[in-house]
Design a protein around this ligand. Sequence first.
Ligand code: RB5
Length: 145
Amino acid sequence: MKLAIGADHGGFSLKEVLKKHLEEQGYEVEDFGTYDTASCHYPVYAEKVARAVAENRAQLGILVCGTGIGMSIAANKIKGIRAAAVSDCFTAQATREHNDSNVLCLGERTVGPGLAMRIVDTWLNAAFLGGRHQTRVDMISALEK
Ligand code: RB5
């Protein structure tokens, strides 16, 4: 599976941890930056990762900023993206199963690296349940028209 990953300066360090963790598990990871801790603007990286997912250049995306919130707000502006800001494993599983989220957003300032890795693993190993949830996801897609 190919993953797109990105971060701003507030999420750079956690992005590096997650990228290594994912590559060690055999995932192909395309890193859309940022590549250091210099101050930058999170919508730039949210757009890069979200477009990669929306255009099927990656199956799923992961974005990291200080809280995960700015990244999720920005990524959700791209048609076809269902980005979820997550800080616990229950929500990580539920947002794949119920919302078919295709971008996971994390906060380096709100979750430690150990929990973040567990959240990512939970999200990647969960699967969309379809059925009544598909109806609701279709309703979300209709809002984009
Ligand atoms: C950057 O200081 C910070 O605002 C950003 O990383 C993120 O938390 C925004 O939601």
